[in-house]
Design a binder for this molecule. Structure first.
Ligand SMILES: [Zn+2]
Length: 203
């Protein structure tokens, strides 16, 4: 199977019963339009698609791409982005990179111990991020570290785990439903990974 990124130009034919369609698509990699066939349910001209399928040579119509599967290219590129290393992606955000542990945070972590800080992180996630509906979402995590805030708050802003909006954007965890136990553990791990890294870097 081959993968093609195309832009739909014109619906040439559509079978209304089963959505089998013939579509003219622009193929940037060849800088020309090609004919694509397949089951396309809700396609209009001007959409970016990622197709999987095979090229065929037909006697009557010439070369055509028979698509067996398609998805919106926006979705495909977003999935590719989400699958990249989180810390690498965070480095590309000047906002996320602004957050660091300060001396008071490092002292706090040293005093409490890393296991206690982890239990705080888990507690904070359960309380402030887990419910399906959070009226003040986006504002529930203070920007301050120790002594008036908490190092976990800084870690949350640095890792995109500060609110359900950021969890959806950076981690692909949808908002509007309760977090699962697995997700709570995953988020706690991310926070602790960042804290440990910061701790090492600043020692
Ligand atoms: Zn946020």
């Amino acid at each position: 199977m081959e993968e093609l990124y195309v832009r739909t130009e014109k619906i040439i034919y559509r079978n209304l019963q089963n959505s089998w369609s013939v579509i003219r698509c622009f193929l940037p990699s060849e800088k020309q339009s090609v004919t694509v066939t397949g089951i396309f349910a809700d396609i209009q001209p001007g959409m970016s698609l990622k197709l999987s399928g095979i090229w065929q040579e037909t006697e009557r119509y010439g070369r055509q791409f028979r698509a067996e599967h398609y998805e919106y290219a926006e979705d495909a590129s977003r999935r590719a982005w989400l699958s990249r290393d989180l810390f690498e992606r965070l480095q590309e955000s000047s906002f996320r990179m602004r957050f660091h542990l300060k001396e008071a945070d490092l002292a706090y972590i040293k005093e409490k111990g890393i296991d206690t800080v982890r239990s705080h992180a888990e507690e904070i996630i359960r309380k402030r991020l887990t419910p399906a509906v959070i009226p003040n979402d986006g504002k529930q995590t203070p920007m301050r570290g120790a002594p008036h805030g908490h190092p976990v708050f800084l870690a949350q802003h640095a890792t995109g785990t500060c609110c359900r909006g950021c969890l959806a954007k950076w981690h692909g965890i949808p908002a509007g439903r309760e977090l699962t136990e697995e997700e709570i553990m995953y988020i706690t791990d991310v926070i602790m990974k960042w804290i440990v890294r910061e701790n090492i870097q600043q020692e």
